[in-house]
Design a protein around this ligand. Structure first.
Ligand SMILES: [Zn+2]
Ligand SMILES: [Zn+2]
Length: 289
């Protein structure tokens, strides 16, 4: 690969750019076909190199793997739960062994009472980091309609969402909160005072739990048209010492590192000077790219 060497573990002050959230798929956006192969990794690395990204982390949705089958209840999850977690890990670990700048991750869903069991099922793999996401609460989606939105008021959805993310962070089973304010996806916000309170709660939970938060450019391409998280929430996290990662949530190789100029600009704007690099679920800070 051109220009791709792993981020060394110390003794450097060169700025680092990581993209720590993506899903290995074939190039065609319409199909979203899973592609956990060395060729797919190569394609994602090519985009990363072209965009000056130093290191990428693969974070497939945990419900895609049959090793976790017993945890899933929704049709959406069960019909996708056909892939082999060992094969996924082996493919990425082999790329690591070859010296490619990739990290082994997973996007772990909030599953409420089943969280402990899910944590057990994925415990015996050499993760570099685990993302934590709340996409569903009690079987109802946050980021798909009708989902929670058909049942609860906007304020109730937000309170449920923040409670779920805080609970997930508090379990200690994840390292980074993905798209931390996903509940804004449809641009439905509670009253400003409630939003401020919930931002504070989320930031407190992140700080208490010792997780990082990701700055995700995916929100720019959702109805809300903004980065996750909101600048106010990001500031609240930084004030509490919560570190950040940067993320595209790419589902096709072309989207690796997409709009990272916007993510890095936001990070700088709120006074963030470092980015988190993970190895074996241990984190360190490197100068922000
Ligand atoms: Zn997600
Ligand atoms: Zn994702």
């Amino acid at each position: 690969m051109p220009g791709t060497t792993p981020v060394p573990s110390s003794g450097r002050d060169r700025a680092v750019i990581v993209d720590y959230h993506m899903h290995l798929r074939r190039p065609a956006e319409a199909t979203e076909e899973v592609d956990h192969t060395p060729e797919a990794i190569e394609r994602y690395l090519e985009t990363a190199a072209a965009r000056g990204i130093d290191e990428i982390g693969f974070t497939e949705h945990v419900y895609y793997f049959r090793q976790t089958y017993e945890v899933w209840t929704l049709e959406y999850q069960i019909e996708r739960c056909v892939h082999d977690l060992d094969a996924y890990c082996d493919t990425i670990l082999e790329a690591k062994r070859q010296g490619l700048p990739v990290k082994l991750g997973l996007e772990v869903d909030y599953v409420g009472a089943r969280q402990e069991r899910l944590t057990e099922l994925i415990a015996d793999y050499p993760w570099d980091f685990l993302l934590g996401s709340a996409h569903w609460i009690d079987g109802l989606a946050v980021d798909m309609e009708p989902g929670l939105w058909a049942v609860y008021s906007v304020e109730e959805v937000w309170r449920l969402y923040v409670a779920a993310v805080s609970e997930l962070a508090g379990t200690g089973s994840v390292d980074v909160l993905a798209h931390p304010d996903l509940a804004k996806i449809f641009r439905r916000l509670p009253e400003p005072d409630v939003l401020a309170e919930l931002h504070g709660e989320l930031a407190d939970a992140a700080a208490r739990s010792g997780v990082a938060v990701e700055i995700s450019t995916a929100g720019l391409h959702k109805p809300v048209g903004e980065l996750y998280p909101d600048p106010t929430l990001l500031r609240a996290c930084l004030e509490r010492g919560v570190p950040v990662t940067t993320a595209s949530d790419a589902h096709v190789p072309a989207n690796v590192g997409r709009d990272f100029d916007r993510a890095l600009a936001l990070a700088r704007e709120v006074g963030c000077e470092t980015v988190t690099v993970f190895d074996g679920r241990k984190r360190r800070q490197e100068p922000l790219g």
